[in-house]
Ligand binder design. Structure first.
Ligand code: HEM
Length: 188
C-alpha cells in the first residue's frame, strides 16, 4: 500500500483495471474477479520482490556433501539463503531497486511462477519441498485486500510526505516509519 501511495499513477492504473472488471452494483471484489486482474497480481509480486517480509528463509541442511557450482555444501551445515538479495540481483532484474510492477506483465500473458518450479528469480516464500505452505493463501489474501482497499478508497500521501520505505527488522521486516495516508471514499 505504501508504494501505491508513493506512486499515485500505479494506484490509478490499478483502479482503472479494477473498474473494467467489477460489475456495476457489485459491493466487493470477489475471488473470481481476481483472475482477471493481471496488473494487481503484478503489483503484489513486485511488492514481495522489493520488500519481502522475510529476508532469509529458514535454515536448511543437506544429508550428504553436495557440490553446487564451485561450492561444496558440507553435510549437515546450516545453510541460510538470503532470499531478499536474490530478488534485487542486478544480473537478473533490470533496475532492481525501483518499484515497477510492469516487469511482471509479459506479452504472452504467462503468469510468473512464484513456486520457482520453472526458474528461480526470487523466492519470498522459499522454494522446493519446504516452500511456505501458506503461499497460495497469502497471495489470495494480498490480492483480495489490496483490490478492495483500492477499489473503495483513494489513498493519498499526507501533504509534504515523501513516503519513506525504509525497513526495520521485527519478526518480519516492517516499515521503519509506518505508513500515514489520507483516504477518501471513491464515488460509486
Ligand atoms: C506474505 C506472507 C508469507 C510469507 C512471505 C511467508 C514466507 C515464508 C518463508 C520464506 C518460509 C521459509 C521457507 C523455507 O525455509 O524454505 C515460510 C515457511 C512457512 N510458512 Fe510462510 N509465509 C507467509 C505466510 C504464511 C501463512 C499465511 C502460513 C499459514 C497459513 C504460513 C505457514 C508457514 C509454515 C508452516 C512454514 C514452515 C514450512 C516448513 O518448514 O516446511 N506462512 N514462509
Amino acid at each position: 500500500m505504501a508504494n501505491l501511495v508513493k506512486y499515485p499513477q500505479i494506484q490509478e492504473k490499478l483502479f482503472m483495471e479494477i473498474k473494467g472488471v467489477v460489475r456495476d452494483g457489485e459491493e466487493n471484489i470477489k475471488e473470481d474477479d481476481l483472475q482477471q486482474l493481471p496488473y494487481l497480481k503484478a503489483i503484489i509480486l513486485e511488492g514481495l520482490r522489493r520488500h519481502p517480509p522475510f529476508h532469509f528463509v529458514f535454515p536448511h541442511a543437506v544429508t550428504e556433501d553436495v557440490v553446487v557450482g564451485e561450492y561444496v555444501i558440507p553435510k549437515e551445515a546450516a545453510i541460510v539463503i538470503n532470499a531478499a538479495e536474490m530478488g534485487w540481483d542486478l544480473k537478473v532484474w533490470e533496475d532492481p531497486m525501483s518499484f515497477n510492477p510492469s516487469r511482471f506483465l509479459n506479452k504472452e500473458g504467462e503468469t510468473f511462477d512464484i513456486t520457482g518450479r520453472r526458474e528461480i528469480k526470487m523466492m519470498p516464500f522459499g522454494v522446493g519441498r519446504r516452500i511456505c505452505p501458506g503461499y497460495a493463501l497469502s497471495m489470495l489474501h494480498l490480492e483480495y485486500f489490496v483490490a478492495n482497499l483500492v477499489s473503495k478508497f483513494e489513498w493519498k500521501a499526507v501533504d509534504g510526505d515523501d513516503v519513506d520505505l525504509s525497513e526495520e527488522q521485527e519478526f518480519t521486516m516492517v516499515m521503519k516509519n509506518p505508513l500515514q495516508a489520507q483516504l477518501s471514499l471513491r464515488s460509486k
